[in-house]
Design a protein around this ligand. Structure first.
Ligand SMILES: Cc1cc2nc3c(=O)[nH]c(=O)nc-3n(C[C@H](O)[C@H](O)[C@H](O)COP(=O)(O)OP(=O)(O)OC[C@H]3O[C@@H](n4cnc5c(N)ncnc54)[C@H](O)[C@@H]3O)c2cc1C
Length: 425
């Protein structure tokens, strides 16, 4: 019998176990995979290390900052770039239009000035028009949305935006159209990354004393008799259950869940990420830490340089890039892994960030869960399922357990809720 049984050994599950133990409780983590870390884990190809997609650490939260401080890290100034049809624009594009031809700048600025007033219940596309004007919205964030969220912007709500998109003043738009000497307006001032060991090294000090069992995939939950069953046929009873498994998956595992819960859960969906990871036998060409790609004929939405995050991620004198292509049940990937690698290599040469003759290793793999999609009405459906899960006495945590757009620090804080679970006598 486990006092607190936690499904999932990502940062949320690890945090749940750490905080439960600090509160004097006994906790065990069941992780389906052979390694812990979830999205914050990495893999090796040849002598190169790649995280599961771009991962930097940042947080205003004292608890997560304390975790970061336990590891030796590199501090990066965030200076992302944007690639569009042979041009590189500083980020964010809306106040860095400098490289565009004069006629295009005039159109963009005129449309910014004439942008519609903000309304209460805009969809994401309307919201973009209201912030940036039709021209900038259509050319940049709306097009990026189709690649990153895999659906048109007008099918999304605005529940997830927060501080993620910068809303410049007219002065900032004008200034950025006249000069490239613009100040950084990225919403995070600094980004942190372990000097050695990939992002997951930040979590190493936390897992040392935990009871973390890998290869234990939970496939069934009985909330009345309080046990879980694993794919290996084993059964474990619990007093409290914490789950970071994706919410729709959990809903489908609960014995006796009403059909309406299943229907609401089935309408929740997330994007998946196809990663193409490339190692090169030479130092970095171009030198952007990460960049966004707007061209429709280039499949990846985003790329980053693991070897710039830390030189420890590549053999000496070598460099690496990783490209993220998003797909979903609304927009399946239409090519094989090998074809995507070829496509990415062509695109990298076109963007002049890599040369084929320098290629040392190439890897293709997918992450089944990337971003939960905030299509319109999603929040209501999600909350309905969450209420049901909680009514079963299960604590949902993490990015996919809570079904929210959480960064790593927020997933960590989500897991921290396990410290409040009541004692059972
Ligand atoms: C492309 C991308 C880029 C990102 N970049 C950043 C960034 O730069 N900075 C940042 O702070 N955050 C970033 N994030 C967010 C960050 O990755 C997440 O917030 C965090 O890793 C989520 O942790 P988690 O524990 O909630 O989920 P996960 O990491 O998904 O962990 C869940 C774990 O549960 C296991 N599991 C699932 N089902 C079962 C089951 N039935 N039985 C047993 N085990 C199970 C899984 O194998 C997995 O290990 C990014 C996310 C993505 C997708």
């Amino acid at each position: 019998m486990a006092e607190i049984l936690i499904i999932g050994g990502g940062v949320a599950g690890i945090s749940a176990a750490v905080h439960a133990r600090r509160a004097g409780r006994e906790a065990v983590i069941f992780e389906a995979g052979e390694r812990w870390g979830g999205l914050l884990d990495h893999f090796h190809v040849g002598g190169f290390r790649f995280d599961n997609a771009v991962h930097f650490a940042f947080s205003n939260n004292e608890h997560y900052r304390a975790v970061l401080e336990m590891t030796d890290y590199i501090t990066h100034r965030p200076e992302p770039y944007n690639y569009e049809q042979g041009r590189w624009l500083k980020h964010p594009v809306q106040n860095n239009l400098y490289p565009l031809p004069a006629e295009e700048k005039v159109k963009a600025i005129k449309s910014f000035i004439e942008r519609p007033d903000q309304s209460e219940d805009s969809n994401y596309r309307q919201w973009l028009n209201e912030q940036f004007g039709e021209v900038i919205a259509g050319r940049y964030p709306a097009r990026y949305t189709e690649k990153y969220w895999t659906v048109p912007a007008d099918s999304l709500s605005t529940d997830w935006i927060g501080s993620r998109l910068y809303r410049p003043s007219l002065e900032e738009v004008l200034f950025g159209a006249m000069t490239d000497r613009t100040p950084s307006t990225y919403y995070l001032p600094e980004l942190f990354y372990p000097r050695r060991g990939g992002y997951r090294a930040f979590l190493d000090p936390l897992v040392e004393d935990l009871d973390l069992r890998t290869g234990k995939e939970v496939v069934r939950v009985n909330p009345v008799k309080k046990y879980v069953e694993c794919r290996d046929g084993s059964r474990e009873y619990y007093l409290h259950l914490v789950s970071s498994t994706p919410l729709p998956v959990l809903a489908g595992m609960i014995d006796g869940a009403p059909a309406v819960v299943g229907e609401q859960a089935a309408a929740l969906w997330a994007t998946s990420v196809a990663l193409v990871s490339l190692g090169f036998s030479r130092p970095q060409k171009g030198g952007h830490l990460w960049f966004y790609i707007y061209d429709r004929d280039i499949l990846p939405a985003r790329a980053h340089a693991p070897s710039m995050k830390s030189p420890d991620n590549a053999p000496q004198g070598c460099s690496s890039l990783q490209f993220e292509t998003y797909f979903s049940r609304q927009a399946p990937l239409k090519c094989s892994g090998e074809e995507l690698i070829e496509h990415v290599l062509d695109a990298a040469e076109k963007m002049d960030v890599a040369s084929r003759p320098d290629l040392a290793v190439a890897d293709y793999r997918t992450l089944p869960y990337g971003n939960v999609v905030f299509d319109r009405g999603m929040v209501g459906r999600r909350d309905y399922v969450l209420d049901y899960v909680r009514s079963c006495g299960i604590l949902p945590v993490g990015r996919f357990g809570e079904w929210d757009y959480l960064w790593a620090d927020q997933s960590f804080l989500s897991g921290k809720q396990a410290e409040t679970l009541p004692f059972v006598v």
